[in-house]
Write a protein that binds this ligand. Structure first.
Ligand code: ATP
Ligand code: MG
Length: 735
């Protein structure tokens, strides 16, 4: 990041890399050519290459600085140290220029989000008060009012980092600024806020990483009228995790709504023939049923109230939970071999009971439901025949039905909320808030991770372009020459993924359309096509895995399920079954397909549709002024006051924070207003400060007296190249 330190001498305070805690500090004891021996403060002696150590700012304020750009030495260890000091003081927010870094406190900090705080931030100049999400929302709102331009706030970070909580704070603050003081029944802003608990009930679940993990991406667009009042809103969601509906592993849970419903008042339990979650296959694959500190019974009622507010009628709510209950019963329909070869029938009386209950709740024909699960219609040129499925295929069919119904239900909710809140066609401008999954790299990575990382590449590109632009603007403002700053682009990764034709998404679609493809043929096609692509790697020991060198690191993908997961396909038998339900709500989830696209003729893929959605999102974002919030998860135990250095460093890297700093370092990372510069370095050239001196001239004299090259003097600040501040400090300590 910062060039080789040239001013390291015996006695210098430095940072040196450490495999366990990322960076440790110490004092230089000996220098032998390129090798440095350091006496670390933690008590050990380390030897390191001169090029691998960084100067430590011994004069850094004890409480840290609220903006990284105020650090005298802008480098990785300095950034990490600053965050750590602040986190220990419960200062969870820190700026890096315009980026807000938010470190999850994993505890409710007193007062930091209360009404008084909102009042304080309202209209306060950015940077005047401590860094805060409210400050970011306030800047976005004021920019929108003053310039009439749309703004967006992009919140990112890994699972459990605090994106959704941050998003809710932002929305609450925007509702505070743009709300109607009067409380005439349901206001738009109330509806906007209450959409959160509804979507969380149906789209969030406990995972290993987060007890309330959003299993979908979300972009909330809040529309404002000429007076700056909220006049409408639209929610767009991305890629709900479908597999969770029928498959979970210990200690995770299925979507919250299933447990909420099982904790509903007795009357509902009887009506839907429910019982303890442990009696349902879709829930009892994991032994986790309850969450510490959370009452499902309470949350059930809270969800119903939130549904009232967003405009979901009593009748619709009844239908929604009826469908949720039906899914639980569907999951309990087990099969066994039937009389004919390769056929299946409900396994026992219990299975028959759940089959019957599911049919009743979905208001469809019992026999038709059984057939839709156990049989497939084959159309041959001669005749239409019903072919039986073996028990295993029937289970796959059953799970497919559950997943389809659930994802349709989720889409229905989003649609309903949008219609009910309403869009303002005359809206002057909007503020968009993006809460979307961060970069993922697990032991096994499948199609979902691929899509998520694709999203992050897109956002990273947007981010880099923006950060670069902001830097340029600062230089232009100060009339500084910046022409030689190089800009790293990740366009090559994006081409690899989304190029048409020939990118991975396109090749996957091709494979899905060709009946004989398998994941082996798909992987082979990738190997051939991208043999020489710099960002594509074929692992030596696998014949079906492939790796992509993402901006945030290499990720190894297992191609096994890519084809299946990419197919956006509702089994026609399922469509026909539910399309014929006597319940208008259920029919509404399965509107008749347009003629030509029915049956197998038209292929649609999740990958391509997602790519299109992303494209639309980027278009929206490009028409707004962006603001970035990078959420950081300080530890994997989800506990307060534990700051894991290496883990956090990795997140700063993935979130582009280090990249932003790198871009900044490629230019003039250190800026000091003239008077500050003179205060600190005036003693280097007392002659420059004689008499009635001009600050700008004096700064130049000081710099020249040292013989520094490459710095620039702006209109109000001195701009120093990376490492020059350290050089100045070194000189100062010699005086
Ligand atoms: P995912 O990607 O899994 O949805 P996320 O980034 O949205 O994760 P959140 O659900 O927002 O993460 O946060 C996880 C948990 O961390 C919250 O449930 C809450 O307990 C805690 N948390 C997050 N932010 C804050 C905060 N500002 N103050 C207090 N607690 C917080
Ligand atoms: Mg979330």
């Amino acid at each position: 990041m910062q060039g080789t330190p040239v001013n390291i001498i015996v006695g210098s305070h430095v940072w040196v890399e450490d495999s366990e805690v990322a960076w440790i500090d110490g004092e230089v004891e000996k220098i032998n050519g390129q090798e440095v021996v350091i006496q670390a403060t933690i008590g050990k002696t380390v030897t390191a290459k001169l090029s691998k150590i960084y100067p430590k700012d011994v004069e850094a304020p004890a409480g840290g600085v609220d903006d990284m750009t105020k650090l005298s030495y802008l480098h990785e260890p300095g950034v990490l140290q600053n965050l750590k000091i602040r986190y220990e003081l419960n200062e969870i927010y820190t700026y890096t220029g315009n980026i807000l870094i938010a470190i999850n406190p994993f505890q409710r900090l007193p007062h930091i989000y209360d009404a008084h705080m909102m009042q304080q931030y309202k209209g306060a100049p950015f940077g005047e008060l401590s860094p805060h999400v409210f400050a970011v929302a306030d800047v976005a709102y004021r920019a929108m009012i003053n310039e009439g331009k749309s703004n967006s706030i992009l919140v990112s970070g890994e699972s459990g980092a605090g994106k959704t909580e941050t998003t809710k704070m932002l929305m609450r603050y925007l509702a505070y600024l743009g709300g109607r003081a009067v409380t005439e029944g349901r206001t738009v802003e109330q509806q906007v806020l209450e959409s959160n608990p509804v979507l969380e009930a149906f789209g969030n679940a406990k995972t290993v990483r987060n007890n309330n993990s959003s299993r979908f991406g979300k972009f909330v667009e809040i529309q404002f009228d000429k007076q700056g009042r909220i006049s409408g809103a639209a929610i767009r969601t991305y890629l709900l995790e479908r597999s969770r509906v029928c498959q979970i592993s210990d200690p995770e849970r299925n979507y919250h709504c299933f447990y909420l419903l099982c904790a509903a008042p007795q009357e509902e339990i009887e009506k839907y023939k429910l019982g303890h979650p442990k009696t349902f296959h879709y829930l009892n694959q994991s032994k986790c049923f309850e969450l510490v500190g959370i009452s499902d019974a309470h949350d059930y009622l809270a969800t119903r109230r939130a549904m009232d507010i967003v405009g979901i009628s009593e009748k619709e709510q009844e239908a929604i939970f009826r469908v949720v209950a039906a899914i639980l019963h569907i999951g309990n329909i087990d099969f066994t071999k039937g009389k004919e070869v390769d056929s299946s029938v409900p396994k026992d009386d219990k299975a028959k009971f759940h089959l019957k209950t599911a049919a009743e709740l979905l208001m469809c024909d019992l026999k038709a439901l059984e057939d839709a699960l156990c049989k497939r219609v084959m159309v041959t040129p001669e005749e239409v025949i019903k072919r039986s499925l073996d028990p295993q295929s029937a289970v796959t069919s059953r799970d497919g039905l559950a997943k389809t119904v659930y994802s349709r239900l989720f889409d229905w909710l989003v649609n309903k909320i949008n219609n009910s809140i309403g869009q303002d066609p005359n809206s002057r401008s909007l503020i968009g808030v993006l809460d979307i999954y961060g970069f993922e790299s697990f032991k096994t990575n499948s199609f979902e991770q691929f899509c998520i990382n694709f999203t992050n590449e897109k956002l990273q590109q947007h981010f880099n372009q923006h950060v670069f632009k902001m830097e340029q603007e600062e230089y232009t403002k100060e009339a500084i020459d910046w022409s030689y700053i190089e800009f790293v682009d990740n366009q090559d990764v994006l081409d690899l993924i989304e190029k048409k034709p020939g990118g991975i998404v396109a090749l996957l679609d091709e494979a899905c359309m060709f009946p004989k493809s398998t994941h082996e043929t798909f992987a082979n096609k990738l190997y051939q096509t991208f043999k020489t692509h710099k960002r594509f790697i074929k692992p030596k020991l696998s014949r079906t895995d492939f790796a992509v060198a993402h901006y945030a690191g290499e990720v190894l993908y297992q191609s096994d399920l890519f084809l299946d997961k990419n197919k956006d396909y509702v089994i026609p038998e399922h469509q026909d079954l539910l399309g014929a339900s006597k319940c208008p709500f259920v029919v509404g989830l399965f509107p008749p397909l347009p003629e030509e696209s029915s049956k197998s003729s038209k292929f649609s893929s999740i990958g391509s549709r997602f790519k299109l959605q992303l494209q639309q999102l980027m278009e929206t974002l490009n028409s707004t002024e962006p603001h970035y919030i990078r959420c950081v998860k300080p530890n994997n135990l989800l506990k307060p006051a534990i700051f894991e250095n290496v883990n956090i460093m990795q997140q700063l890297r993935c979130g582009g924070v280090l990249e932003a700093i790198r871009i900044s370092c490629a230019g003039y990372p250190t800026r000091k207003p003239f008077f500050e510069f003179i205060n600190r370095f005036g003693l280097l050239s007392p002659a420059a400060l004689e008499g009635n001196y001009d600050e700008k001239v004096a700064c130049k004299k000081i710099l020249d007296s040292i013989g520094l090259k490459g710095y620039q003097i702006g209109k109000t600040k001195v701009f120093l190249r990376a490492g020059q501040m350290a050089e100045l400090d070194a000189r100062r300590s010699e005086v």
